[in-house]
Design a protein around this ligand. Structure first.
Ligand code: ATP
Ligand code: MG
Length: 742
């Protein structure tokens, strides 16, 4: 490669940006216009042509994956490996703190606490402060603490920011002690990495100067998604002075206000919109040519994003041909949708890597995983786990396996302290030894009264609830629908409640996955109403083990729209184009919510290079609930001339007519919070079944059973009843059998 070939391949604007190396520079441009490519060339230009030492460059990107890709590309351009700071914000800060922790009162070998460590700390504090963690889960406090740190609210400023009341005082106290504990343990959490670096810079002029002198060239990709602290970090570093004492401000930020999709996590779009104000004299370069997508795809992306009001007007053009139209297909249900996508992948052929399925919520991955597996198409779930590998799914499967077979020690060990029942590692070890010595299963050991008596009060109560639940469920397993059994396990174990109490985004996503498991069960029940637990578990086992966790190199990519930012694929599918799912129902509640969803839609469409499919399902079973859906308003926003497919063809039904006329207005429609509904259903169902606990039955009582119909009690104890139904007599566990007196 000639010396400057890589510059020749850039367009004029891109080249101007790559070669504008002194003073603040903003590259503000739409998707696929070569922002990231230009930044990469700029680094190569600095090193190769200007002889800047890589040591003097700091480049920050959003994910480790993006950082690695850029490092490889720079290496390819300059023809050698580079050892430079091309990192995420967190790793850059960690490196700095390792050197200078002492000047802010930490030892250099400070620990970085992950969420598990953090929870342990808060739990202890709650104990000290006599806070009931059943009412206020550690993660509840941690969520607030994290928000405080992002906004730089110290424990001392807490009341000023949040007001004071009983609850605020409690939170403030926990926050204060949390900070003390971490400090005492010489530890930092993830938020601290950024926060403490900024504090270090504020407190220690010398250190700040050192880095200002070192990082003469600073670059940030995806600047639209930076939060307040990241902004402070970059700004301070950029304000160094050269030998003559003139401000250097060699900062180049790259981004697209239309792709800001993390406001819900504190990203501040103003950082990019006000760059010119923050760095007076900044040069702004707009890249206007899109190199990624066909003209049709680009036009579709524009017709959506144009509707946002709070944006800088900009429009990309392309040399590319129109290409195929965007296919919009309306399918019968979500299974049909996944099947359609799988068959399209087979029909187009070529390399599996070229296909991506981008969905709105993690729980949606399940149907695609199944459809692809069934057809032997390899897939990878990027930026997340495969559905059946997710912790909460594995936990609930362990509960079900235990119901099926109480001697399954492995499953019991997995869930004995999930949710927390006060059985730590040591206690468990002791229990396992006891079981071994007695030649019994762990479950039978737990049922032993002596064993229970030796446990702490909390643990022994927890164990009792658990064993009763499992026993009653196994007794009832053949009398009950699997979906009911699942509801009972989910509520009776306290698993669902523990997640709800956490009140965090992570817990919410776990709940989504758990509710989605009900769709799995309903699916199988629909096909075979007499499905036994054994059959069901066997089928799931096959399903969850299909490719035996072999990570495939050549595989279809499944990921959320959020994690697809910055990436590109020849063929992209966007399923679930339905109001309430995408845009998500939350968008209808929150100001700005809809605009952020629309930006996410823009991000999704612009990932596609050659072809784009959008799909929706007439009815969708999500979280176990089946509903008619309405086509996404984003579909209506795309110019219909750009689209083809059955979904666009006029049909008589109402939703399609609405789609055709663009008549259904977004304000008139209030999507429905399916997750909330599914959670309530689960509780209601479980409560109805358990209502019978307090009820006493005596021989002769007439009862009705959800599955077996009406019958007469022939025998009753305080735990069980024997009922004569039309065809046979059955023994039922009170509290778990779906029976009512009539
Ligand atoms: P996003 O907003 O999605 O992050 P981006 O602006 O960072 O996109 P890139 O990923 O850098 O865009 O580039 C998009 C595609 O266009 C890439 O495949 C890249 O190789 C190609 N590309 C960029 N500039 C040029 C150019 N001057 N000539 C040909 N192809 C280009
Ligand atoms: Mg990019």
């Amino acid at each position: 490669m000639g010396r400057t070939d890589y510059l020749d391949r850039l367009n004029d604007k891109q080249r101007e940006a790559a070669m504008h190396t002194e003073g603040p520079l903003l590259i503000l441009a739409g998707a696929g216009s070569g922002k990231t490519s230009t930044m990469t060339c700029r680094i190569a230009y600095l090193i190769r042509e200007l002889g800047v030492h890589p040591y003097n460059i700091l480049a920050v990107t959003f994910t480790n994956k993006a950082a690695k890709e850029m490092r490889d590309r720079v290496a390819a351009l300059i023809g050698e490996g580079v050892d430079m700071w091309l990192l995420t914000f967190h790793s850059a800060c960690l490196r700095i703190l390792r050197y200078h922790a002492e000047s802010i009162g930490y030892g250099r070998d400070f620990a970085v606490y992950d969420p598990t460590d953090q929870k342990a700390v808060v739990k202890n504090i709650c104990k000290e402060l006599n806070i009931d963690t059943k009412k206020f889960a550690p993660s509840y406090f941690l969520g607030i603490i994290s928000k405080c740190k992002e906004a730089r609210v110290k424990p001392g400023d807490f009341f000023r920011e949040y007001g004071s009341g009983y609850k605020e005082e409690m939170i403030q106290k926990v926050y204060e002690r949390y900070e003390e504990t971490l400090k005492k343990n010489n530890a930092m959490d993830f938020d601290d990495l950024l926060l403490k670096t900024v504090e270090l810079f504020e407190r220690d002029e010398e250190v700040l100067e050192k880095y200002r002198n070192r990082f003469r060239y600073i670059m940030v990709d995806e600047y639209q998604d930076t939060n307040m602290i990241q902004y402070a970090f970059v700004k301070m570093l950029a304000e160094g002075r050269d030998r003559e004492g003139n401000p250097r401000r060699n900062i180049c930020v790259v981004g697209d206000d239309d792709q800001c999709i993390y406001q819900w996590r504190g990203a501040d779009i103003r950082n990019i919109l006000e760059f010119e104000k923050d760095f007076p004299g900044a040069k702004t370069i707009k890249l206007e040519q899109n190199y990624r997508s066909t003209a049709n795809i680009l036009a579709a992306a524009h017709s959506v994003i144009e509707r946002n009001r709070g944006r800088k007007a900009k429009k990309l053009w392309t040399d590319a041909e129109d290409g195929n139209k965007i296919v919009y297909q309306r399918l019968d249900d979500e299974r049909d949708e996944a099947g359609y996508i799988a068959s399209e992948i087979n029909r187009i052929g070529g390399s599996y890597n070229d296909f991506a399925v981008l969905y709105r919520t993690n729980a949606q991955s399940r149907t695609f995983e199944e459809a692809l597996s069934r057809r032997g198409i390899p897939y990878r779930v990027l930026g997340g786990l495969r559905y059946y590998d997710r912790k909460e799914i594995k936990d609930m499967m362990s509960y079900m396996r235990l119901v099926q077979n109480r001697a399954d020690d492995l499953s019991l060990v997995r869930i004995i302290n999930e949710p927390k029942r006060g059985i730590g590692g040591k206690t468990l070890e002791k229990l396992q030894q006891q079981a071994k010595a007695a030649g019994k299963s762990l479950f039978d050991t737990l049922r032993d009264e002596e064993t229970a008596a030796a446990l702490s009060a909390r643990a022994s109560e927890g164990v009792k609830t658990l064993t009763t639940l499992i026993e009653s469920c196994s007794m009832e397993k053949n009398n009950m629908k699997i979906s009911d059994l699942y509801d009972l396990l989910l509520t009776g174990s306290g698993y669902m409640k523990a997640l709800e109490d956490q009140n965090t985004l992570e817990a919410e996503s776990r709940l989504e996955n758990l509710m989605e498991f009900k769709s799995v069960i309903y699916d199988y029940e629909k096909d075979d109403p007499n499905l036994t637990l054994e059959d069901f578990m066997e089928r799931i086992a096959l399903l969850s083990d299909i490719d035996n966790h072999q990570p495939e190199e050549n595989a279809v990519v499944l990921m959320t729209l959020h994690s697809a930012k910055g990436l590109e694929f020849p063929y992209v599918f966007m399923p679930g184009m339905e109001d309430g799912l995408f845009p998500g129902w939350r968008a209808f509640d929150r100001e700005d919510g809809l605009e952020e969803e629309r930006r996410l839609c823009y991000v999704g469409i612009t990932r596609a290079k050659q072809r784009l499919w959008m799909t929706s399902a007439e009815t969708r079973t999500l979280y176990g609930k089946t509903d008619y859906t309405r086509e996404s308003q984003f579909l209506r926003e795309i110019d219909r001339k750009l689209m083809e497919g059955d979904g666009v063809v006029e049909k008589k039904d109402k939703t399609r007519a609405a789609f055709r006329d663009g008549a259904a207005s977004s304000t008139a429609f209030k999507p429905f919070d399916q997750l909330k509904y599914a959670r309530q259903e689960t509780k209601k169902k479980a409560a109805a079944i358990q209502r019978a606990v307090g009820e006493s039955f005596s021989p002769g009582d007439r009862v009705s059973h959800d599955k077996f119909g009406e019958g007469t009690v022939v025998e009753a104890t305080d735990k069980t009843v024997r009922v004569e139904f039309a065809d046979e007599t059955r023994k039922l566990a009170l509290g778990f059998a779906p029976i009512k007196k009539i």
